[in-house]
Design a protein around this ligand. Sequence first.
Ligand SMILES: [Zn+2]
Length: 401
Amino acid sequence: MNRRHFLKRCVHNSLRTAVAAASITHLPLLSAQSGSPYDLIIRGGRVIDPSVHLDAVRDIAIAGGRIVAVEPNIEADADEELDAHDKLVVPGLLDIHAHYAQDPRGPHVALEDGITGFVDAGSGGADNIDEIVAVLRSAPQPARALINIGRQGVIGSGDTADMALADVEACKAAITRNLDYVVGVKARLTEGVTANDVEVLRRAQEAASYFNLPVMIHVGQSETPMGELVQLLKPGDIVTHMFAPPPNAIVDDNGRIYPEVLEARRRGVWFDVANGRIDHLRWDTFDQIMAAGFWPDTVSTDGFVNSREVPGVVDLPNIMSKFLNFGGMELSEVVATATTNAAREFPFLRDKGTLNVGADADVDILELRDGEFEFLDNYEGVRVGDRRMFPVEMIFRGTVR
Ligand SMILES: [Zn+2]
């Protein structure tokens, strides 16, 4: 090690210590005038951080796995630099409705696609949540689960078509076993559940409320009118598959949003996309809901380990691009649905979805390409849009992956 190297190292270490202290006490960070204090600088990208309403060309400096500067022009050099000119630089994306934990490879595949935090939404119930949690524990990124009120998790015939499977005590025992990894309860009000949907939801609430956790309801195939179902939701609960078509939609047959749905949002109920592959999104319903200004709080994939091969899903930036092309949302508003907003819904993501100085350096670099791109709903509806976001590079906890 030569002297210059050695000095550089020392500066490095002292700055890291200072950064760690600063992120806790909010002291001003050291300036970068001496040596090369940064591990990584991402230069010249269009940085979109909805948490501070930033949409501008910036450099981002990273040290010790955290963001230490976001400035128009960072003069110091770094051990590693990334050129992000003509690209979007956004907080690491968060996917609050996915099924990546069904396969041990799932979280890793998701990370490659820029997913730096996710929620597995109901893959497992009381009988198999331990296996889901084992996958989550070994996931590289923060990842938690909603436990299915149906004790076998997702089953084709309907998770709680047999009401004996909606076992509150078994669910509570399973949550108790996995308190650090279960962040809510999922009620899949699917076909097969039909007339029992209210009772299934009531049982999900009973299990969740005991632990002060939210409930997520899967809608679209429920039988009870949506206006009645949403009245059983409490602030912090989530309606997923919000673009599922009538007769079980959040809109009536004339495309008007039910007043009880509007009221639910005012009460603090969240509305989530969960694109998926069947029955969850139809373009005409999408248009009605978006035209009413009832935009999603969160855009999510409902994705699996192999979703890249599902043309309507592919990856989260593809689904986000639907809202950019057809939903009337601005880029920063679309980015918020998979970053800031997601972080608000689940406490374990609260320090994520931001590029603030002091936050974990989880950064996605996307390309916003112009051209002709096909976007699919779940009913073989194809639309052509002229912009699509593609993930090109990702940085997780300060490391380029
Ligand atoms: Zn799902």
